[in-house]
Design a binder for this molecule. Structure first.
Ligand code: BG6
Ligand code: MG
Length: 222
């Protein structure tokens, strides 16, 4: 088979912004008297901003304490803090192996697609100097978020790729579930057992292991 497209998650796959999301959610949660830790944070990875807030409120048993207007304010405060952390991002913050992989894909005319749930994605790609390395950036607006497959399916459709011949790369359980629901091959970046239980076909502990020849081999395995 021929590999038709590679779909990348952003936060935690291309750069370390998953950690910034955690720090910003933690500060907001502390302010409303809800404690969150890294284990709980795994359930927030890949999840949209408002749905993440909802999960935090459920976790803290405070769902009924905030009106929708107050929720908007909390989400805005979290995002303002998060965006303030992004101003330090430079191309050097791109995870190892990612820029090289994007270049290899371009040389082989295999589309690279950004399939992120983040509304901040275009700004982050610009800060990393990667904006022109992607053939298509999926906008998460108005489509169901991960673990639904829509973000990945929209990305494949945009470049005319058959999902069966696409590879998705994710650090989130919800993201791996979304890739599998889209019918694609799922590469996990992170903790082996966590991502394998979500359905990952292969898991690496770091992006250093990603390169075109390993992806082509995976594609051949299907
Ligand atoms: C995902 C992150 O990529 O984007 C989530 O894994 C985040 O943690 C989601 O909530 C939405 O991001 P943003 O930047 O639109 O708040
Ligand atoms: Mg992620």
């Amino acid at each position: 088979m021929k590999l038709q497209a590679v779909l990348f998650d952003l936060d935690g796959v291309i750069t370390d912004t998953a950690e910034y999301h955690f720090l910003a959610w933690k500060q907001m949660s502390d302010q409303i008297g809800i404690e969150i830790d890294r284990e709980f944070n795994e359930k927030l990875k890949g999840i949209s901003r408002m749905e993440s807030l909802e999960r935090i409120l459920v976790h803290g048993k405070k769902v009924d304490e905030f009106t929708s207007e107050q929720r908007e304010q909390l989400a805005k405060a979290k995002n303002d803090h998060y965006v303030s952390l992004l101003i330090h991002l430079t191309p050097e913050h791109t995870y190892p192996g990612i820029t090289e992989l994007l270049e290899q894909l371009r040389e082989h005319h295999i589309p690279a697609i950004l399939a992120s749930a983040s509304k901040n994605a275009p700004q982050i790609l610009a800060s990393l100097g990667l904006a022109d390395k992607f053939q298509y950036i999926v906008s998460p607006d108005g489509i169901p978020g991960k673990p639904a497959p829509d973000i990945f399916l929209k990305g494949a459709e945009a470049v005319g790729a058959d999902p069966l011949y696409c590879i998705g790369i994710e650090d989130a359980q919800a993201g791996i579930e979304a890739i599998k629901a889209a019918g694609m091959y799922a590469v996990g970046i992170g903790e082996h057992d966590l991502l394998q239980s979500a359905g990952a076909d292969i898991v690496y502990n770091s992006t250093t292991h990603l390169n075109l020849s390993s992806l082509l081999q995976m594609a051949g395995m299907k």
